[in-house]
Design a protein around this ligand. Structure first.
Ligand SMILES: Cc1ncc(C[n+]2csc(CCOP(=O)(O)OP(=O)(O)O)c2C)c(N)n1
Length: 662
């Protein structure tokens, strides 16, 4: 670590540096980010883009007294480096290390945690309202991206700001990218704002004006100028084109005042988000503002690292890479495909045969694999922006018109749209297919991204068909089967590599609500264990069966396939035949698949003991690897063996303690 970064242990140290020293510090921070993330992976592009902004924020404001609320908070790495966490920065996203997002338990400088988009404006407004009620004077600064602005909640908050508080500072960090290129009318609107011919001229005038002002006079002058309508000239850019009438360009935006001003929020910008003195001056002004204000800054994702500037999508959230070239290590030969790619490629094939199918993503074309559809059949592909609720209701609308939409949304982000699933999809029994990626752990990201709740939140809803494939071939069968259904279908599968099994040429139609018996009891007179391994934990069930067999047990292995409707017959048969039943799921135990089995057994009067393997009733932290967390929480073959043997009174005192701990 080099000189200025070494000197900065807290925000107060940022305030001691000269502008030139701050510029040098910015370089050192970029070096640190690029170096550490080349090993740990993480959100490189977004963080390289906010280096100057974060320095300016800490230069002008005083956390933890002042509050910075970051939307998604994937761009807080620089903030972490400046707030006493630089010595642990090389642990970011690893076991027992720093979290990749803002975390209230990690530092008093992280006043609000996040990982999901669109929450910052509401949370910050809540803080501002609380401050006003208390009569205290801290500043609340909300930093949100141009893509977060496509999210409905952001607008709900904007709608509320001007009649809730007089002191609110929003910073719109506009880099024109979501994870992929930002889409939709808001993106176009922002782009018109910054590409309008008048903008350059006016922006220059504005920036020169700011620079000319001696310190101290700034706030006064800016306020005065604002009154004179100077700001109005700037904010009119892109909206009042000289000589044009409303709608004269056919885009419908000109002639109406700027979006934020209409919301009762003063708008300033757009300004260069890498110009440190300009940022500092503007923030100093904002601090004195007695009216809610949004400062629109333009930044470049990946700034300072060539590879990241050239490939903003890849470096939004990257795995390890070669620091010289930005190349990711080549995949080892024979590596199984990712589930997301199997899903995307399958959808293309299914769409080619069925004109009613369309694919919908909420700003995640790469992560969900829908980029395959975008490329192959662009007219069957919809990216609705970071708007899961809208995605789901949009799908519902299409379904009422005879289409069969496939919504590809991560399990954790689908939580945002729960009411839409209930009210729009299930209540109307509409045939929408949900492909829920990242159902299971997202180890490096942690609790905001683990998809561990979907079985519980879906299985209580009528009309739901919910499945989990044991491998990629079965995922294809399930997608194929779903396209034949006239009800809402939910398919959950985990992040990353599949099992590496061959995928059949022709997918198979599965019987709804029918489990697959992989291995029956041998009826050899030994103690019987029925292992029900759901989805990606089916392979663990099979391996556990082999080891249990070696230790004298007679094992059956079942692939439940469906969490709803549950195959009552198969569960009853094996439940009654076994001495012990084991359920395995990559999901919380509470309300999950094992719970469903217990409910069924209770209704059927099956009293066989059930050992449930799954995640406990707590939020699971982040870690370097999934296996570490599985080990920590007992989702292991070893623990299955201990618990099964425990049921037969075969567990030693030491082993019993281990069981209790897990
Ligand atoms: C509800 C929700 N949906 C999807 C995501 C995935 N996601 C994380 S960051 C991001 C893009 C954010 O873009 P923007 O707000 O412009 O910030 P930038 O990364 O460009 O700085 C998306 C879609 C999420 N975090 N939360």
């Amino acid at each position: 670590m080099s000189s200025y970064l070494e000197m900065v242990d807290a925000p107060k140290d940022v305030k001691k540096l000269t502008l030139d020293q701050l510029r040098q510090l910015a370089e050192e921070i970029r070096y640190e980010l690029v170096t550490v993330l080349s090993k740990n992976g993480g959100h490189l592009g977004p963080n390289l883009g906010v280096v100057e902004l974060t320095l300016a924020l800490h230069r002008v404001f005083e956390t933890p007294k002042d509050k910075f609320v970051w939307d998604v908070s994937h761009q807080v790495y620089v903030h972490k480096l400046l707030t006493g966490r630089k010595n642990r920065f090389d642990t970011i996203r690893t076991s027992n290390g720093l979290n990749g997002f803002a975390l209230r338990t990690e530092s008093p400088h992280d006043c609000y945690g996040a990982g999901h988009a669109g929450t910052a404006l509401s949370a910050a407004l809540g803080m501002a309202a609380a401050r006003d009620r208390k009569g205290s004077n801290e500043n609340v600064v909300c930093i949100f991206g141009d893509a977060a602005l496509t999210n409905g909640i952001s607008f709900e908050a904007l709608n509320n700001i001007s009649h809730t508080t007089k002191r609110f500072i929003g910073i719109l960090n506009d880099n024109e990218w979501s994870i992929a290129k930002n889409v939709g009318a808001i993106a176009n609107y922002l782009s018109r704002l910054i590409t309008h011919p008048s903008y350059n001229k006016l922006a220059k005038e504005f920036q020169n004006f700011l620079r000319r002002l001696p310190k101290g006079e700034l706030a006064l002058k800016l306020a005065h100028k604002a009154e004179e309508g100077f700001k109005g000239a700037i904010t009119g850019v892109g909206l009042r084109q000289t000589g044009s009438t409303i709608d004269s360009d056919g885009r419908g935006g000109f002639g109406s005042p700027v979006l934020f001003e209409e919301m009762g929020v003063r708008y300033l910008g757009p300004i260069d988000g890498h110009d440190l003195p300009l940022l500092i001056s503007t923030l100093e002004f904002a601090r004195t503002c007695d009216h809610p204000i949004v400062i629109h800054i333009l930044t470049q994702k990946g700034k300072g690292f060539d590879a990241a500037q050239k490939s903003p999508e890849k470096f939004h959230g990257t795995g390890p890479y070669d620091i010289r070239t930005g190349e990711s290590p080549p995949a080892k030969s024979g590596t199984p495909p990712n589930y997301q790619d199997v899903m995307g490629q399958t959808l293309v094939k299914l769409c080619q045969k069925d004109n009613t199918l369309v694919g919908i993503t909420a700003a995640m074309p790469s992560g969900t694999g829908l980029k395959h559809l975008e490329k192959a059949l662009p007219d069957r592909y919809y990216d609705v922006g970071i708007a899961e609720e809208h995605a789901v209701i949009f799908a519902a609308g299409m379904a009422t018109m005879g289409f069969h939409p496939v919504c590809a949304i991560y399990s954790t982000f689908l939580q945002r749209a729960y009411d839409c699933i209930h009210h729009d999809i299930c209540l109307q029994d509409l045939p929408v297919i949900f492909c829920m990626d990242r159902a299971g752990l997202s180890a490096n990201d942690g609790p905001t991204h683990h998809g561990l709740f979907d079985i519980a939140y879906l299985r209580c809803l009528p009309n739901v068909i919910a499945m989990a494939p044991k491998d990629e071939d079965e995922l294809v069968d399930m997608m194929f089967t779903a396209t034949h259904e006239n009800h809402p279908v939910f398919i959950r599968y985990p992040r990353g590599g599949a099992e590496g099994v061959p995928i059949k040429e022709q997918p198979r139609l599965l019987e709804i609500g029918k489990a697959e018996v992989i291995q029956n009891f041998s009826n050899s007179g030994r103690r019987k264990v029925a292992l029900f391994g759901l989805g990606n934990l089916n392979s663990m069930a099979r391996k556990a069966a082999v080891q249990l067999a070696n230790e004298g047990f007679d094992c059956a292995v079942i692939n439940p396939r469906f969490t709803k409707p549950l195959d009552a017959g198969t569960h009853e048969f094996f439940g009654k035949a076994a001495d012990v039943v084991v359920t395995l799921e990559d999901h919380v135990l509470m309300g999950g698949y094992g719970s469903a089995v217990l409910e069924l057994f209770s209704e059927l009067g099956v009293s066989t003991p059930v050992v449930r393997i799954g995640w406990p009733d707590q939020f699971i932290e982040h870690a370097s690897a999934q296996d570490e967390l599985r080990k920590r929480y007992g989702l292991t073959i070893e623990n299955i063996l201990l618990k099964v043997k425990g049921q037969f009174g075969e567990t030693s005192a030491h082993e019993a303690r281990v069981i209790q701990l897990t």
